[in-house]
Design a protein around this ligand. Structure first.
Ligand code: EPZ
Length: 417
């Protein structure tokens, strides 16, 4: 297995382009299951999770061709309705096949994902919503079995905003009979993009991006032609890479409005952030102010940026309180940051980060996707050498991050372990 080796202390400078958004590409690729015919989705990042989707679509019977970031998916003949455990356990987002398969074929069998490093992450809200739309759901030897002759519209009030749940039900409702209203829906940019894509396919959707989404079901949908939006979390990670190294980096291909909460917090931390025609320029501060963050569903501070922001705060001039409200166990990176000299203590959902003068390079272990990014950021600012192992987590969500950082001047290498 590869590891990432970083010799820290270099200021990052230059320009970096963000790739297509992983968390948007996943539901868009699954949305192809809704309509027979040939779909084309461009700007798909080259990631391990995307390879898992490719395998899953192929297992279901779709023909997938992948060329230079463009996926051509022929979803005419869907022969299987089962998402097997082996694929679902490597990527929880596989549960997003449930809505499309059930809506198009009336039957789906999807392995229950099980636990996850960042929290329990149940899918009860997906299932409750589908039941409200008329699906019969049973649990069979670790698999969720769902049947429905044809789903019908329903008014669904989510107990809490769920990104995947909102996506699954939007896709299911697009082909249901009648009108579905999703209340307390997730508002993430990925939801807006899925709404736009489904609309291109002939769906009737209003309110995607607000907490109330109305979907009027149609009888059939047509193939999708679409280019995936830029990855806001990858963009945010590069912004922090610039901030933590006192760098001067232009992050291109970004959408500033997707990054509002992060931009506000980075400015409070002392970074200079300039909106330029090509993207966002981030100049790191001489001294990093310690600021507090609380993660929330969009438009709040994203949980997917919490670990990376904590690496920055580890070098703050005061004390920062970081509260994780979305997932119950998303502090696995703390122990690893402590090994690099960070002064962090956890009580319940809050980490108290007392800034230290410098971080010390060390061998560390990635525990999940964003934790890996956090350790790389810490390594960029630390003295001496940081070795990040178990980087298969990183490869799930960052496209060649070490090459991009290297082009910005980082001393970073991927080496076989
Ligand atoms: C999506 O996960 C993202 N994944 C996650 O990104 C992201 O952290 C998360 O949204 C929150 O923004 C993808 O888009 C593929 P949720 P998802 O359902 O949809 C609880 C990354 O690093 N919940 O919005 O699984 C759940 O446990 C990843 O790229 C239920 O209780 O997240 C959590 O506490 C990690 N029951 C909260 O809701 C349910 O049925 C929000 O989860 C569903 C969710």
């Amino acid at each position: 297995m590869d590891k990432i080796v970083i010799h820290g202390g270099r200021r990052l400078k230059g320009e970096v382009r963000v790739s297509g958004a992983k968390n948007s590409a996943l539901p868009l690729l699954f949305a192809t299951l809704l309509a027979p015919g040939v779909h084309r989705i461009a700007n798909v990042p080259d990631l391990r999770d995307i390879t898992t989707v490719e395998k899953l679509l192929t297992t279901l019977g779709a023909e997938v061709v992948r060329e230079n970031g463009t996926f051509t998916v022929d979803a005419s003949a869907i022969e299987s309705i089962e998402a097997p455990y082996d694929l679902v356990r490597t990527m929880r987002a596989s549960v997003l096949v449930l809505g499309p398969l059930l809506a198009r074929l009336g039957h789906a069998r999807v392995s229950l994902p099980g636990g996850c490093a960042i929290g329990a992450r149940p899918i009860n809200l997906h299932l409750k919503g589908l039941e409200a739309m008329g699906a019969k759901i049973t649990l069979d030897h670790g698999y969720v079995e769902a049947h429905a002759k044809r789903l019908h519209g329903a008014r669904i009030l989510f107990d809490m905003p769920t990104v995947g749940g909102t996506e699954n039900l939007m896709m299911a409702a697009a082909l249901a009979k009648g009108t579905t209203v999703l209340e307390n829906a997730a508002c993430e940019p990925e939801i807006i993009e899925l709404g736009e894509a489904l609309t291109k396919m002939g769906a009737r959707i209003e309110g995607a991006g607000t907490d109330s989404i109305t979907i009027e079901g149609v009888d059939e949908l047509t193939p999708l032609e679409h280019a995936v939006m830029p990855d806001r979390i990858e963009a945010g990670t590069f912004m922090i890479a610039s901030a933590i190294t006192r760098g001067d980096v232009l992050v291109t291909g970004t959408v500033a409005s997707h990054l509002e909460a992060l931009i506000i917090k980075l400015r409070e931390a002392g970074a200079e952030i300039i909106e330029e025609a090509g993207g966002l320029r981030v100049r790191g501060p001489r001294k990093i102010n310690s600021v507090d963050i609380k993660t929330r569903p969009h438009p709040g501070f994203p949980t997917d940026m919490q670990a990376q922001f904590m690496a920055l705060m580890a070098l703050g001039t005061g004390t920062s309180m970081i509260t994780e409200n979305v997932f119950e166990n998303r502090f696995m990176h703390v122990c690893e940051l402590q090994r690099m000299g960070a002064d962090i203590s956890i009580e319940g959902h809050t980490a108290t980060v007392k800034g230290v003068k410098g971080l010390l390079g060390a061998p560390v272990m990635a525990t999940d996707l964003r934790a890996s990014a956090s350790l790389i950021l810490a390594g960029l600012a630390a003295d001496h050498t940081t070795e990040v192992s178990r980087i298969y987590h990183l490869d799930r969500g960052y496209e060649r991050i070490e090459e991009k950082l290297k082009r910005l001047g980082a001393d970073i290498e991927r080496v076989p372990e």
